[in-house]
Design a protein around this ligand. Structure first.
Ligand SMILES: Cc1ncc(COP(=O)(O)O)c(C=O)c1O
Length: 396
């Protein structure tokens, strides 16, 4: 049998950072101390109340399939969370539990993307989006975004890229790799532009909860980013238990679906995945308990301290942070004062000083060579060590 994968595979790229990770592991096996700032997941373990609830579920035999759209009580718990945390009414029947935000994005594009339909995505952006879209035969169209618009698309940019094949728009707030947010009026204006053009509007809110007050504000003044759920019930909102709830490996997320499409997504979920992980869902029922939220808020404060330490440290070395990093756990830096090839720079930093970061190449084709992403998913002591190594390396 000849090797004959589907043609679409040609357009699905690997994650370039994986190559660096492999090299980092090799170096570690040789005894080198590597500081991991390439990792896109929290370094904290899942909060204990969640783990306890999942173990109890497993021990009491709650290990069979659930409904395709998830446990009704978890869908209700998320609806309650929207009410208590954001003051927004989202009926539980519009909420689907998914296999992470990845599962949600797969279901959304399986539901909406016709072959050849075009979808507008910010560049730089989360790389898997365009590959998931290609898997369902949709066509990603990059909108280059930069500091002028805080690395988020504007209504004018949507209009400029819209044509008769355009089906919709996907944005993220807070965004990966920049950590920038969309304000409430910005979300509404983007939604309105989609409506005017009869297009779908998808908002990825996976980093919600991981937003930080400005550096000057005292701790405890943390504000949540506005949710797109408040900007219309025709918007698809994607979220996850991976980041704020620190459950990356549990593979659990959710999606708020416009009413008319709930049955379509349910049919797809029944066929594509049967249901999300049952023990993970029982664990997630404890995610909204006050004792869990207290743990998560302590960790959010820790992430904020890390950002407030790392951003000025990197800037003093010669990296430029041109976005306003108000959320997630990333600093997307312009490194052109230090190198004209961020990929070579990332390799160099790994080989010479044992600092692993993600080159711009992974996030699109909009000036990737000028940018590198540092994740503050490691402790303050390690971030301090990394900045010392960088300072020494660049002679600053
Ligand atoms: C912007 C964004 N969306 C979606 C995902 C997928 O996350 P998960 O499937 O773990 O929920 C990620 C993961 O890093 C991400 O950064």
């Amino acid at each position: 049998m000849t090797y004959r994968p589907a043609a679409r595979l040609a357009e699905i790229e690997p994650f370039h950072v994986v190559e660096l990770l492999t090299r980092a592991r090799q170096l570690e096996a040789e005894g080198r101390d590597i500081i991991h700032m390439e990792v896109g997941e929290p370094d904290f373990p899942t909060p204990e109340p969640i783990a306890r609830a999942a173990v109890a579920a497993i021990n009491s035999g709650k290990t069979l399939y659930t409904q395709a759209l998830g446990l009704p009580e978890l869908r209700q718990a998320i609806a309650d969370f929207y009410r208590s945390r954001y003051g927004v009414d989202v009926p539980a029947r519009r909420i689907a539990i998914t296999n992470g935000a990845s599962g949600a994005l797969n279901l959304a594009f399986a539901c909406l993307a016709d072959p050849g339909s075009e979808w507008l995505l910010a560049d730089p952006g989360y790389p898997c989006n365009r590959h998931i879209l290609r898997t369902y035969e949709g066509q990603p169209v990059s909108i280059p975004v930069g500091p002028e618009s805080n690395f988020q698309p504007t209504p004018a940019m949507l209009r400029q890229h819209w044509n008769e094949r355009t089906s919709g728009v996907l944005v993220a707030s807070p965004a990966n790799p920049t950590g920038t947010l969309l304000t409430r009026p910005e979300i509404s204006a983007l939604a309105e532009t989609c409506r005017e053009n009869n297009g779908h509007f998808l908002v990825d809110e996976i980093y919600h909860g991981l937003t930080y007050a400005p550096k000057e504000a005292p701790p405890g003044n943390e504000l949540d980013a506005p949710t797109a759920c408040a900007a219309g019930d025709d918007i698809w909102v994607i979220n996850s238990f991976s980041k704020y709830f620190q459950m990356t490996g549990w593979r659990l997320g959710w999606m708020v679906i416009p009413e008319a499409y709930v049955r379509d997504v349910e049919k797809l979920a029944q066929n594509l995945v049967l249901c999300p992980s049952t023990p993970a869902q029982y664990g997630a029922l404890a995610a909204f308990a006050p004792e869990t939220i207290a743990i998560l808020e302590t960790r959010r404060a820790e992430f904020r301290k890390r950002r407030d330490f790392l951003a000025p440290a990197l800037e003093s070395i010669g990296f430029r942070i041109t976005a306003r990093p108000e959320g997630a756990f990333y600093l997307y830096c312009d490194c052109s004062a230090l190198s004209n090839d961020s990929y070579a720079l990332a390799r160099d930093l790994l080989e010479k000083i044992g600092v692993a970061a993600t080159p711009g190449l992974d996030f699109g084709s909009n000036q990737p060579e000028k940018h590198i992403r540092f994740a503050y998913t490691t402790g303050l002591d390690r971030l301090a060590e990394a900045s010392e190594r960088l300072r020494h390396h660049f002679g600053r």
